[in-house]
Design a protein around this ligand. Sequence first.
Ligand SMILES: NC(=O)c1ccc[n+]([C@@H]2O[C@H](COP(=O)([O-])OP(=O)(O)OC[C@H]3O[C@@H](n4cnc5c(N)ncnc54)[C@H](OP(=O)(O)O)[C@@H]3O)[C@@H](O)[C@H]2O)c1
Length: 316
Amino acid sequence: MQKSTKIYIAGHNGMVGNAIWRTLTSKGYTNLLGVSSKELDLKNQQAVKDFFAIEKPEVVIDAAAKVGGILANNNFPYQFLMENMQIQNNLIDAALQSSVEKFIFLGSSCIYPKLAPQPLKEEYLLTDSLEPTNEWYAIAKITGVKACQAIRNQFGKDYVSLMPTNLYGTHDNFDLNSSHVLPAMMRKFHEAKENNNAAVTLWGSGTPMREFLFVDDMAEAVVFALENKLPEYLYNVGTGEDLTIKQLAETIQKITGYQGEIIWDSSKPDGTPRKLMDISKMQALGWKHQVQLEEGIQKTYTWFIENIENVKEIKL
Ligand SMILES: NC(=O)c1ccc[n+]([C@@H]2O[C@H](COP(=O)([O-])OP(=O)(O)OC[C@H]3O[C@@H](n4cnc5c(N)ncnc54)[C@H](OP(=O)(O)O)[C@@H]3O)[C@@H](O)[C@H]2O)c1
């Protein structure tokens, strides 16, 4: 890959897109392209076609999506299904029509069946039913994976899908109604500490097991896929290690310095009991994460405090 290759990062203002942009810049890539959703609504097929015709990107990284936690997915199933399909369909088809040779599609570990054996291997895709709380989002993502696979099979182009585990880090969404578990907990503990609250209530039982990857490591995985032609259509990206939500809460509690009590609200849904990625395919090719969980949470908390007035709050 030439450092002057024109690389379009769709969703470059998002948590993942931002990390990809920073990582590529730090590695000397000089021809990056990014536009906000205000300038280009990726749901608008004609606008996306026109954009590709004018800009002629050589490589496309799709980090644009409508993203959210259990509550958001439950409340807005249609938007999670339809907007994600529109965004990715418009990008993938415009890339194919304008002869883009390399396309990196980002999905999510929720594409795998709810009760699939752990750790989740790529070949478990479409072998059983999905977790109902986020099946809308998952089905959209599965169609994106399949579109890229079809292009790969039919046209021989290097269109590849990366399935990240749960990501966290700088530029995350910290809105309590739409955020993922880790930033939501961080905000709750921080505010409880600031307000001297005696207890913090967290969702669920605390028993589900989850895996978390620092977003800068995810960006490194994308660069790895950019700089190497990966032989298969689908790769998991994670740490290969998980912990209970309770252990996660205790880690964040320690880092934020909150000294009160944690109350678990078991009336709220837990989601999938365990979600750990099998990352042996990416590891066999030579990629491995670098940032350990405590270090990543500390970096995220430092960034959160420094940017507290301006942290992203996605309202649904
Ligand atoms: N966060 C995670 O834990 C996680 C885990 C697994 C996979 N992923 C995947 O990683 C990718 C990026 O996630 P993220 O966490 O970075 O999400 P994010 O912070 O919400 O960023 C998503 C970006 O998509 C853009 N976007 C959304 N709708 C758009 C539209 N209609 N037109 C143009 N742009 C639009 C937004 O652009 P503007 O800012 O300009 O509005 C935003 O910057 C997604 O595919 C997601 O599925 C994320």
